[in-house]
Design a protein around this ligand. Structure first.
Ligand SMILES: NC(=O)c1ccc[n+]([C@@H]2O[C@H](COP(=O)([O-])OP(=O)(O)OC[C@H]3O[C@@H](n4cnc5c(N)ncnc54)[C@H](OP(=O)(O)O)[C@@H]3O)[C@@H](O)[C@H]2O)c1
Length: 310
């Protein structure tokens, strides 16, 4: 079994990867409390002790708006730490899998961004994530960077959970309808990671060296945040979850000002994922249903308690 070290286990993608890989690999999964990726001494000691064949970094600063005021801290986690991880992993012969974001793009046009398109981030978070990608490319020959978009899970702080709460609390919701992208469940990303590892088999370093690089990894299809909110509303209704909302009103980004600018076009091309890696990503509506099914089978998530006990 491959020895795999996963960082960021308490995050959305980290948690999903832990669930997806725990029976397939010899997995050590650490949270920020167990390893702070910005601490060079701790990172070096941890990697030397565990000697992983693959390091998966799902840890990141994801507070996009807060990054505008605190870009130094965001840089430490998203730009500098990936370089540190890359240097240490490469020196020990561990392949590296890392995550990046649609927010490296400026959102112009309306076609799906490919891996060779030029990245021009609009905000501090996107700039830091792009620097992190560049550090990995420079320092680690056997890496794979997966850029994903609009992540949600049944745990954590995300659009799905916020919408389920607001649908239960408010009569009217106003949601941005001029940003386009693909809502992507953390489980869909974790399944893609598991599929890549299955392809690599026991030859992680050679596989990442020859077939690694950069790949876009999101659910299929496209919608807006407003379209996603409507789909969540329909699912909530079908599942008889608590609903107060009567109206979900589409609004423009300019009518919902936030500190960080967001790209209007976050579509990610899946062509490389499908043709080169042979991995089919699920449609975003199917992934949403699956995530809600999982949450209804497991411990109740916020906004679902009432329906479950009814
Ligand atoms: N969320 C999205 O919509 C989205 C979209 C595109 C790409 N991505 C990328 O996907 C990856 C995973 O995102 P996610 O949504 O799963 O993030 P998340 O839920 O916010 O989880 C990030 C994890 O990183 C941990 N972390 C933060 N600083 C750390 C540090 N200094 N040392 C160790 N761990 C640290 C956090 O720990 P604490 O909980 O203790 O703070 C948290 O568990 C990231 O690379 C992100 O940039 C996310």
């Amino acid at each position: 079994m491959n020895r795999v070290l996963l960082l960021g286990r308490s995050g959305q993608i980290g948690g999903a990867i832990e669930r997806a890989l725990r029976d397939a690999v010899d997995l050590t999964a650490l949270s920020r409390a167990e390893l702070d990726i910005t601490d060079p001494v701790a990172v070096s000691a941890c990697l030397k002790e565990l000697q992983p064949q693959l390091l998966i970094n799902a840890a990141a600063w994801t507070a996009v708006d807060k990054a505008e005021q605190d870009s130094r801290e965001c840089d430490r986690v998203n730009a500098i730490a990936p370089g540190l991880l890359a240097r240490e992993a490469a020196s020990l012969g561990a392949a590296l899998l890392h995550f990046s974001t649609d927010y490296v793009f400026d959102g112009s046009g309306d076609r799906a961004w490919t891996e060779v398109d030029e990245a021009r981030p609009l905000n501090a978070y996107g700039r830091a994530k792009l620097s992190g990608e560049q550090a990995i490319r420079t320092l680690h020959p056997a890496h794979l960077i997966m850029r994903t978009s609009w992540i949600y899970d049944v745990n954590g702080s995300n659009f799905l959970r916020t919408m389920l709460r607001l649908i239960a609390e408010r009569e009217e919701l106003r949601v941005v309808a001029d940003q386009y992208g693909a809502p992507t469940s953390a489980d869909a990303v974790a399944s893609a990671v598991a599929a890549v590892l299955a392809k690599a088999g026991g030859a992680l370093w050679p596989y990442f060296l020859s077939s690694g690089g950069l790949v876009h990894c999101a659910c299929r299809g496209v919608t807006t945040w407003h379209g996603f909110a409507q789909a969540i509303f329909r699912e909530a209704k079908e599942r008889r979850l608590p609903i107060t909302a009567r109206n979900i009103i589409p609004i423009a980004t300019k009518d919902y000002p936030l500190p960080a600018r967001r790209p209007a076009n976050s579509r990610l091309s899946l062509e490389k994922m499908e043709t080169f890696y042979g991995i089919q990503m699920p449609n975003w509506q199917d992934a949403l249903k699956k995530a809600l099914d999982r949450s209804q089978q497991g411990p109740p998530m916020a906004g679902m308690q009432q329906a479950r006990s009814a």
